[in-house]
Design a protein around this ligand. Structure first.
Ligand SMILES: NC(=O)c1ccc[n+]([C@@H]2O[C@H](COP(=O)([O-])OP(=O)(O)OC[C@H]3O[C@@H](n4cnc5c(N)ncnc54)[C@H](OP(=O)(O)O)[C@@H]3O)[C@@H](O)[C@H]2O)c1
Length: 265
């Protein structure tokens, strides 16, 4: 089988670098286009990756060759441009970019009627499975209290993490409610009991923790804890490539990383 023609958007970033490292030894893909921000010092520089020795970083999509799948870890502006190109050319899109506004979220949802789109706030396959297990547990134990605890390195800016919120969202929907209605982010200074049906979030920051998430389902006399620990950032790049290989050639739709892992029997 010929390799999947892959374009990388945000190619000079931290995630872009991790993806390039993996692509060097991954025969499933041919890297055909590598996009950076307009004005970037990398624009026009050679991309050193395996068989793609003649490839240079580009600041857009005007000169892009034929592509099967775009993998995007850039920013809102970068993702919007990549989306335009994917829609115009009928290309599948895998995106891990976070922090999008409602307009871009709506554009991505509408685009999925025309192209295959797979987005994840966390491309770890373990977190994808954790999400599935949590959804099932939340529905099976609807009266048990739920708390989500996450831990990350001290340089992380947002709290709770996007992954913790995504887990909370999945659990809330499984219980027939919304994260907005169920989430409890701060109990300090409050002199009242726990609200039934709420989902509490707790945040730990320090050192070099890559990312840890525990969903607790707390009953009377027993407690279930579902925990995922990432120890290496490359898991996100590995998961994104796994998703890209799976998505290339799929029909239009809003696909999830959970769809990529094997279904439960
Ligand atoms: N879903 C996940 O598993 C996951 C994991 C990690 C990170 N992320 C998310 O992925 C995104 C990138 O993270 P990062 O840590 O790699 O960030 P980063 O190191 O800041 O890299 C961002 C990259 O995007 C490029 N870029 C910026 N604007 C662009 C534009 N308009 N068009 C094309 N490329 C553009 C930058 O190019 P220049 O450097 O040349 O300016 C750089 O290559 C963030 O939203 C982050 O939250 C998601």
């Amino acid at each position: 089988m010929s390799p999947v023609r892959l374009a990388l958007n945000g190619a000079s970033g931290r995630m872009g670098g991790a993806l390039l490292s993996l692509l060097r030894n991954d025969r499933r893909f041919e890297l055909v286009h590598a996009v950076v921000e307009r004005g970037s010092i990398n624009d026009g520089q050679p991309v050193v990756v395996g068989n793609a020795t003649s490839l240079r970083y580009a600041h857009g999509w005007a000169q892009a060759p034929a592509i099967d799948v775009v993998v995007d870890f850039s920013g809102a502006g970068g993702l919007a441009s990549a989306l335009d190109h994917c829609l115009a050319q009928g290309i599948a899109l895998v995106s891990g970019t976070t922090g999008l506004d409602a307009v871009l979220e709506a554009r991505l949802a509408a685009a999925s009627e025309h192209i295959a789109v797979l987005r994840a706030a966390n491309f770890s396959l373990g977190v994808a499975l954790l999400t599935r297990l949590l959804r099932e547990a939340a529905a099976a134990l609807p009266s048990w209290d739920m708390e989500i605890v996450e831990a990350h390195h001290g340089r992380k800016l947002d709290a709770p993490s996007g992954t913790a919120l995504a887990l909370g969202h999945a659990a809330a929907v499984a219980r027939g409610t919304t994260l907005e209605a169920a989430a409890e982010h701060d109990r300090s200074g409050r002199a009242s009991e726990r609200v039934d049906g709420s989902i509490g979030f707790a945040v730990i920051r320090g050192g070099d923790i890559v990312g840890e998430h525990t969903a607790m389902l707390i009953g009377r006399g027993e407690r279930l804890e579902l925990t995922h620990r990432a120890t290496d950032r490359s898991v996100f790049a590995q998961g994104a490539l796994h998703a890209a290989h799976w998505l290339a050639g799929r029909p239009p739709g809003q696909w999830r990383l959970e769809d990529v892992i094997a279904p439960l029997r």
